[in-house]
Write a protein that binds this ligand. Structure first.
Ligand code: PGA
Length: 235
């Protein structure tokens, strides 16, 4: 299983240090062999080798240059970062990234050998239009994306489930993941209001290879509990 913690714009550098100490010790004491990835804010990056992977939530697709306010490859390399989240719904809908920009970012970081967690997912009004509209919408989020890229993980995150406490039914998750499975061999994560109470049931579903957790990952203990649930599923 793959478990990702997306901090978004939460936690300071000190808080992230304390968090990582808890999660790293949990992973090592319990000999966890699930893939665990934490996405802290840029200000909390440190160049320390860890038993938990660190990724970034975003970056600008360039080596360096005149991109005020952005972070590029050069700065990520200094911290040994090789993992990036691309296409998150907050970047699409709050920050206004277009599919074209997202695809350019994808190509750049794929060319530079990054592990890419690529997010897709529909808003509620699309879900309400039925299955055909839903698949058309999600398909369009794959424009310019190489589904065969070897270091790719896909995260299905319905926009209406992110940070709302709402989740799709198990059948809806399985239906989407089965459709995605026909497109790509990449591992498939579910994201959107995953928490201790529902994580294990979601991870047990067909074609679900892990979870991308936002709010509930902010508690190190809750995140460790979800890691333990993943490990338990294997037994
Ligand atoms: P949430 O966020 O777990 O708070 O719903 C998930 C995400 O945005 O990745």
């Amino acid at each position: 299983m793959i478990l990702c913690a997306n901090f978004k714009a939460n936690k300071t550098r000190q808080e992230t240090r304390a968090y990582m100490a808890v999660v790293e010790s949990f992973v090592s004491v319990n000999e966890i062999d699930e893939t665990v990835i934490v996405f802290p804010p840029f200000t909390a990056l440190e160049h320390i080798s860890r038993n938990v992977l660190i990724g970034v939530q975003n970056a600008y697709p360039a080596q360096n240059g005149a991109y005020t306010g952005e972070i590029t490859l050069e700065q990520l390399e200094e911290f040994g970062i090789k993992t990036i989240l691309i296409g998150h719904s907050e970047r699409r809908h709050v920050l206004g990234e277009t599919q074209e920009q997202i695809a350019a970012k994808f190509r750049f970081f794929a060319d530079n050998g990054f592990a890419i967690i690529y997010c897709v997912g529909e808003p509620l009004e699309v879900r309400e239009q039925g299955d055909e509209a839903l698949m058309r919408y999600v398909d369009a989020q794959f424009q310019g994306i190489d589904c065969e890229y070897s270091d790719l993980i896909i995260a299905y995150e319905p926009v209406w489930a992110i940070g709302t406490g709402l989740t799709p039914t198990n059948d809806q998750i399985v239906a989407m993941h089965t459709a995605l499975r026909a497109k790509t061999h990449a591992p498939l994560l579910y994201g959107g209001s995953v928490k201790v109470d529902n994580a294990q049931a979601i991870m047990a579903l067909e074609n679900v290879d892990g979870v991308l957790v936002g709010s509930a990952s902010l508690s190190a203990n809750d995140f460790c509990e979800m890691i333990a649930q993943a490990a338990e599923l294997k037994q």
